[in-house]
Design a protein around this ligand. Sequence first.
Ligand code: TXA
Ligand code: MG
Length: 325
Amino acid sequence: MEIIAGNSEGIEEVAAILKRGEICAVPSETVYGLAANALDPVAVEKIFAAKGRPHTDPLIVHISDIGMLHQCAVNLPQCVESLAAAFWPGPLTVIVQKHPRVPDVVTAGLPCVAIRMPGHPVLRELIARCGFPLAAPSANPFGYISPTRVEHVAATLGDKVHWGLDGGSCQHGVESTILNLCDTPPRILRQGPILPEMIRTATGILPQLHHTAVKGNDVPLLAPGTLLRHYSPSTPVVLCDNPDLHESDDPLTALVLWARPVGSTPTNVYWLSETGDAAEAAHNLYSMLHALDSGQYRRIVVQRAPDHGLGHTVNDRLQRAASRS
Ligand code: TXA
Ligand code: MG
């Protein structure tokens, strides 16, 4: 994979690649995505092929301005305006009724489409220069941990994806919150950086979480982010609440703590944040799992996050990373 710098020239080069109907890995403020022209079904097919992603799994459409929202969606509910004002550009995806112009392959044949306006300036500039919205799932092989650096994409999909636009390390480090506005009342299909209480503040509605995790990938999926096993490294992940520093006496076990422990630390002990800050821990989570999944360890023991706010989102991803089914 050729890594292209995220400057004006690089953005222009990638816009030209996407206009030719090719695919390219792109940065966002959540995780890296694998992008194609959302309005070109042939280009979008290339994403599914590169990721090994089942066609039952719809893609998020990324827009650079509100005009593009109206090109891709119809019958928008009123709350979209307050959600867009509060959270866009940013890590909120809304599911709304699709415009007939959006190809069925993007939405897996569903009547609704997932849309977000990303906060990363490189990606927004790229979409604006393309002049069309970009369909992009996370740029990982299906089921594996999402990439938060362009190097992660090169390491896992480098033989299938020819180009990657470098936008640095992703600010949030976990995928966007997905809010299904086609459901009444709206429900959260995937937890992310935008928390339910933040949505209540913006709209007056406290959305409930959609809880039915399904086990296989042969049933129609509402949001495969709800697959129990997802975001998983190859090395088995085990979760714990009260970590025992002696876990790491075994040289084949890595122990990942929520915060830096007091005093000297044994080898094979890592931490997601210096002082237990949830935003910092989320930012580091996938990067840490990528680094520890290089074959050096037989087991990765991770301490669960304090279960509130963004810690709840981190625990959701940890739970899926640890699931073997
Ligand atoms: O932060 C993110 O959302 C990243 C960046 C690249 O934007 N993208 C991402 O895409 O995580 P992906 O494809 O890995 O996860 C998108 C989730 C999937 O679980 C998919 O099933 C769900 O969104 N989804 C997409 N369109 C949908 C639709 N029309 N109805 C229900 N779920 C949908
Ligand atoms: Mg994904």
